[in-house]
Design a protein around this ligand. Sequence first.
Ligand SMILES: NC(=O)c1ccc[n+]([C@@H]2O[C@H](COP(=O)([O-])OP(=O)(O)OC[C@H]3O[C@@H](n4cnc5c(N)ncnc54)[C@H](OP(=O)(O)O)[C@@H]3O)[C@@H](O)[C@H]2O)c1
Length: 285
Amino acid sequence: MSDTLPYCHAVATAGSERLDACLGGGDIPLVFSPGPHVLILGGTGEGAALARALDGRARVTSSLAGRTRRPAALAGVVRTGGFGGAAGLARYLREQHIDRLVDATHPFAARISANAREAAERAGVPRLAVERPMWRRQPGDRWICVADAAAAATALAGLPDAVFLTLGPGDLDAFTGLGGRRFVLRRIDPGPSPLPDATVVLARGPFDLSAERDLFNDYGIGTLVTRASGGAATEAKILAARECDMPVVMIRRPPPEPGPRVSSVEEAVAWALSGALSSAGSGSS
Ligand SMILES: NC(=O)c1ccc[n+]([C@@H]2O[C@H](COP(=O)([O-])OP(=O)(O)OC[C@H]3O[C@@H](n4cnc5c(N)ncnc54)[C@H](OP(=O)(O)O)[C@@H]3O)[C@@H](O)[C@H]2O)c1
């Protein structure tokens, strides 16, 4: 429908009522917006930047999982919480008359990305993924690349203390019971440590190089364990480790979902507004 009608969005309406309202009939209040209704699956810096860039040019709804207690403010409308799997997300896409879906989730948030692909297919909504660029390994880097958190824990044998773990909460179980190790974690929200006896540093990114150097010095960090998340916002820890020749245990990314993807917010903005990828921005599918 949104391909043949001018974009307009009826508040609290659905189906043919919305069609009537868009054509001028009925007494349903209308909110006219200058572009398509874009749903951004976010919880990332890219998602926030995309919402900011589209605000005023499209009707923007950002979706957050609800893991962070006080998420940073976002432009546009924000909804929070799971959809109930791919079927629930497909229903949401239809009911909310979403015109375009952008998956700007974290590279390790594999479940929601799989759901996004399946839901977009079911609902017939165009989908684009924003793929965060990988960090580049430099000559001399002491990276030990592993498949998962359990392999990262095994790889620590013989590596220096203290160990700075920049992982998701779901990865930390693999590090329990490694006696004699000092672990340092960084978290956004206060609360009980997800890893007994670990030192918890409360901070919200992005982190610059001098902050990471200070943290490494203050806590005597000897080894970094991280996921290959990539992107500029969290790269400073990689640069700091490089500077002091520190071993880095790096958990590989899960493979991306098939389908169109871009590596910058600018390309995602252009796609969201036009529905097409330029040949330069078509990414790999
Ligand atoms: N993984 C990380 O390290 C990391 C780091 C920074 C930010 N984040 C952000 O935190 C969120 C959760 O990450 P995760 O690794 O737990 O994801 P996940 O394992 O891929 O997703 C688990 C479930 O959480 C819900 N969910 C995830 N992202 C959502 C979103 N943006 N909006 C609504 N529901 C969402 C979905 O529930 P239903 O099936 O019920 O829909 C999904 O099936 C993601 O949005 C991600 O961008 C994650």
